[in-house]
Design a protein around this ligand. Structure first.
Ligand code: XMP
Length: 513
């Protein structure tokens, strides 16, 4: 059984960051809705609780409040920002509504050096604030343990009951000693060890996969992306040949993708792999289609058809394995804030048709992306797969504006390979969310040598993002942009112009469609 810290989510945009920080301290953490009953929390037997921040004010008529009984469970509690205010409010303190939000950097001064939260933390350090309300009077039994320019109660403590509160956000990068503070909470105050490691995760996952699957067979749709690849390697370690992977080549893949998957999984891991080459089928189905939504629908439908044919080749199986990750299963709470945050990716196909009856096997359900990569490395997957950027299911079809043809795919594939190569060579590839080429089949005039050309345009896109929901374009160095443009125009026949996309999301999307 893992030692667990439960994080009650009050709707902060940083709740997942808190969970990741705790796990980086090698302690397992999970996010639950703020209204989770105390009895349910007791049943789950965590070692401590964290109350996240959130957009509400405790004075709102419908302010989200935790079950007051959670403070009677004898568990250490750390309230962060709104979480601190909710705790202070429920325990009889006074929270003052302030019209002016305190937002931005502040200097924290630790006033109680004996407070375990601040062991090893400098007396003065930078912290990040983002709150409206503030504490005007402490609840009984609490004392202030740190202050900022604007607040005597930047951190508070009830040592006897192990209740703590921080007015600032320890989880964000702008609070450089925040990790240390969170680490102190889980290790020194909650008494957790450092047991959450990916090696241990693998051992536990192998055991529970074996238990769940028994002697049955498992099918997995391998896309070559990080999640399905790691799921395949993990399940293979657990049950070997009871696993069959199906890889569909839809002809919309990047250069060498199909080969890499076959090399790594077939030849290196010796995983039973069914390779469905449906390149021609997809292209034929896409002929003449220019509408982006129709393209997507056709590709989705075709995929199911080809995948189903693959499952027939694989033979009967009881389980379908998927690389679902933790951010997809966290129950989100709609609180005043940003409803966009609740809209799950519209891209993920609604699943397989009902006639294909499987039980789901989702061994990565509790992991964040960075943990999945770590698991992949531990399992011996090559960096080429583990560090891959996200790649859309409909592949290059959403990177060609207008009709998808073989010639256009060939052109885009070459341009895209140059982008990847240069991004990798300069170290930018791993630092950002996505970088790729887009083909605009609009022709314009150019000159090459003595000749006039009339060719396509390639747009280079490079974006920074946490989850794909919002994104900003990356300020790539001019030298790199220059090299990309000159290589693409010189090496890719059919292209005579290269532009760099400087649209953020919103209002743009990441893909062009
Ligand atoms: P957009 O273009 O909507 O993309 O800003 C957001 C993120 O989702 C990826 N994407 C997809 N992923 N199937 C996927 O698995 C899809 O159909 C799909 N379409 C877009 C996109 O690459 C970006 O990371």
């Amino acid at each position: 059984m893992n030692e667990t810290i439960l994080i009650l989510d009050f709707g902060s945009q940083y709740t997942q960051v808190i969970a990741r920080r705790i796990r980086e301290s090698r302690v397992y953490s999970e996010i639950v809705p703020f209204h989770t009953p105390a009895a349910e929390i007791r049943r789950r037997a965590p070692r401590g609780l964290i109350l996240s921040g959130g957009p509400a004010s405790v004075h709102d008529p419908d302010a989200p409040m935790p079950d007051p009984e959670i403070f009677q469970l004898g568990l250490p509690v750390l309230g962060i920002c709104y979480g601190l205010q909710a705790m202070a409010h429920l325990l009889g303190g006074q929270v003052e509504h302030s019209a002016k939000r305190e937002y931005g950097k502040g200097t924290l001064e630790v006033t109680a050096r004996d407070c375990p939260l601040f062991q090893g933390v400098s007396r003065r350090s930078q912290v990040w604030n983002s709150h409206g309300d503030r504490i005007a009077r402490l609840p009984e039994g609490f004392r202030p343990v740190a202050a900022t320019e604007n607040s005597d109660y930047a951190a508070i403590e009830h040592a006897g009951r192990k209740l703590y509160g921080l007015q600032f956000h320890p989880e964000v990068a702008h609070t450089p000693q925040g990790r240390k503070i969170l680490g102190n909470f889980v290790h020194k105050i909650c008494g957790c060890g450092r047991r959450w490691t990916m090696r241990r995760f693998i051992d536990q996952a192998v055991e529970s996969i074996r238990e769940q699957v028994g002697s049955e067979r498992v099918i997995l749709g391998l896309s070559g992306g990080v999640d399905s690849s790691v799921a395949a390697a993990l399940i293979h370690r657990a049950i070997g040949d009871q696993l069959t992977c199906i890889f569909v080549n839809n002809g919309l893949l990047r250069a060498r993708e199909a080969e890499t998957v076959q090399e790594v999984f077939g030849r290196h891991f010796h995983i039973r792999l069914i390779y469905q080459n449906a390149t021609r089928d997809f292209l034929a189905a896409l002929k003449g289609v220019t509408d982006p939504e129709r393209k997507r629908k056709i590709i989705g439908r075709k995929f199911i058809e080809v995948f189903e044919a693959g499952t027939r080749k694989a033979g009967p199986a009881r389980f379908l394995a998927q690389g679902t990750l933790y951010p997809d299963v966290i129950e989100s709470v709609p609180i005043g804030g940003n409803p966009a945050a609740l809209i799950k990716s519209h891209h993920n196909v609604g699943g397989l048709p009902k006639r294909m009856k499987f039980e789901l096997l989702e061994p990565l359900r509790c992991l964040f992306k960075d943990e999945v990569r770590q698991v992949g490395l531990e399992l011996g997957l090559p960096g080429e797969i583990v560090w891959r950027q996200p790649f859309p299911g409909p592949g290059l079809a959403v990177r060609i504006v207008g009709e998808v043809t073989k010639r256009r795919l060939d052109i885009l594939r070459q341009a895209d390979a140059i982008v990847l190569e240069e991004m990798k060579a300069t170290g930018w590839y791993r630092r950002i969310w996505q970088s790729f080429a887009v083909l605009l089949p609009v022709r314009s005039v150019g000159v090459m040598g003595d000749e006039r050309t009339y060719d396509y345009t390639v747009a280079v896109r490079a974006v920074e993002s946490q989850d794909g929901m919002t994104a900003d374009w990356v300020r790539l160095p001019h030298e790199l942009l220059e090299r990309l443009a000159s290589r693409i125009i010189n090496e890719v026949k059919g292209v005579n112009r290269c532009v760099f996309d400087i649209t953020s999301k919103p209002p743009g999307t990441i893909e062009w469609e």
